[in-house]
Design a protein around this ligand. Structure first.
Ligand code: DX5
Ligand code: ZN
Length: 216
């Protein structure tokens, strides 16, 4: 099974958002990664429902929604009304993670848990059999275009081991600073899903860069 590529729309040209979504429709991308930020959980505010309504209408690819907001359980329903393949919430932002995860699953999406660079993967031990995907942040969440944190390679390995030991089907997604230079090692260490913003949208040929990540 080949790896999954999820381009992060945060790096798109918001003055020509339709163009970038149509480009993705016509590409080998699997999902569209949507970064929602509230200015509280992370030091930045991105976009909300009116923009996602629009993306959802135009996109032929399912949405992979990454909520970087405090108390994400308040908005689960709102983000599941789209063609949502994955809904990811942060372990650090949610008090009753188990309940929130099961709400996402019973409403028909893949349930994702994201962890910040400082969070040990062992914190996922008790929940790894309940979730469909872990989003390992390889930058501090809040901005696209940041430098990849090298320790993320070890985290992917450690997490893969936990997943195998627990016989979980959970996928590993890596988000932040992913490019052609680090992608191979990430996949070799156990990553299944690569999120990339700048590497795709700031390039001369976004479709080719998507293919390059898929074919690694
Ligand atoms: C960071 C976001 C990432 C980011 C990825 O807070 O969650 O999805 O947009 O962009 P790049 O690949 O440019 O780091
Ligand atoms: Zn993200």
């Amino acid at each position: 099974m080949s790896n999954i590529v999820s381009p992060s729309i945060l790096s798109a040209d918001f003055g020509n958002l339709a163009n970038d979504i149509l480009m993705l429709n016509d590409s080998n991308a699997d999902w569209v990664h949507i970064d929602v930020m509230d200015g509280q959980f992370v030091p930045n505010i991105s976009f909300g429902m009116p923009v996602i309504d629009y993306i959802d209408t135009l996109s032929k690819k399912p949405l992979d929604i990454h909520l970087m907001i405090s108390k994400p359980e308040r908005y689960i329903e709102n983000f599941l009304k789209y063609n949502t393949k994955v809904l990811t919430i942060h372990l650090e932002a949610c008090r009753h993670l188990h309940r929130a995860i099961h709400e996402i699953k019973t409403k028909g999406a893949m349930a994702g848990v994201a962890i910040n660079p400082h969070t040990d993967v062992n914190h996922l031990d008790e929940i790894i059999n309940d979730i469909d995907i872990v989003c390992l942040m390889s930058v501090n969440p809040g901005f696209s275009g940041q430098k990849f944190i090298e320790n993320s390679f070890n985290k992917v390995k450690k997490l893969k081991k936990i997943i195998q030991e627990k016989k979980s089907n959970c996928k590993i997604q890596v988000d932040g600073g992913v490019n052609i230079k680090n992608a191979k090692k990430l996949i070799n260490n156990g990553a299944d899903v690569l999120v990339a913003g700048n590497f795709i949208f700031k390039s001369e040929n976004p479709r080719e860069n998507i293919i390059s990540l898929k074919e690694i």
